[in-house]
Write a protein that binds this ligand. Sequence first.
Ligand code: SF4
Ligand SMILES: [Zn+2]
Length: 326
Amino acid sequence: MPVGGNGEKADPNMPVAVWRERDSLSGEVVDAFVMVLRTSGCRWARGAGCTMCGYRRDTHPGVGPEHLRAQLKCALQRYGGEPIVKIYTSGSFLDPEEIPPDFAREVLSSFASTASRVLVESRPEYIADDALDMLSAFREKVWVAIGLESASDEVLQKCVNKGFTVDVYVEAARKLRSAGIPLKTYVLLKPPFLSEWMAVEDAVRTVEFAVEHSAEVSINPVNVQSGTLVEHLWRRGLYRPPWLWSVVEVLLRTHGKGRVVSYPTGGGKRRGAHNCGRCDGEVLRAIREYSLKGEADVFASLNCGCRERWRAIMEYGRVTLNSDDV
Ligand code: SF4
Ligand SMILES: [Zn+2]
């Protein structure tokens, strides 16, 4: 549910959005409360930014601690005691320039007494000693999510423009593990400039790499966000979001290797991961069911004529491009 509007007229005293969704907690399907804080935004996005990220529109240059406190108050009024709380910003919760550490502590304290898990997101370079000290006070509850996107430095640099290398992620993961804080890793499915097949191969390899460092891995299929390079390409017919069959493929090929989930944003829509339009609802339901329960047989009965078309596109991407380039 959007709360504070978007763009320059957005109210800095209101969060971008709060909503409820379903998630899994220790094998049980439970409610999760999600709050998106409006902040000054991602430092990396201000300088360069990732090719698929349009979060800049949810930021506000004048947000200060008093605005953040007002946003927290607003969110707490809507919080119903859900056992999972996810706190998103349009950047990094652990960047002290974006979220003052005192306020970060206040946010975690506000939810940690009720929730069983409080998840925050950060780029890996902000997993610094001060942040770890702060998080350690909530060790039993707090999870950190990092968008690794790809385990290939070449994809990170040329396709995502991520601004860090895999080593930086590995070091952050090591620090979190030492501090006893679970890590959730986001894997991007189909950044621009990869064929459908290359994208699937890259995502499978990245999931296999990330599960070694993570309590949970989330496959995030690219959705076309406003004002991004991806949108620029998409408008010119040079980019198509991934097929939902590709999401299924990555989940099936990584089944049993760790906890791997996917909740495709904009799934079934033109800007999100989609199939032919006829089977999207059913495939999305199966992906969601798999993410909540981890049982691969949810995919067994799926079929549609478009699966053959997807297979042909995958094959074309395989034979025309060299996988060593991924
Ligand atoms: S994806 Fe994350 S790191 Fe990249 S620009 Fe967006 S908020 Fe920043
Ligand atoms: Zn179909």
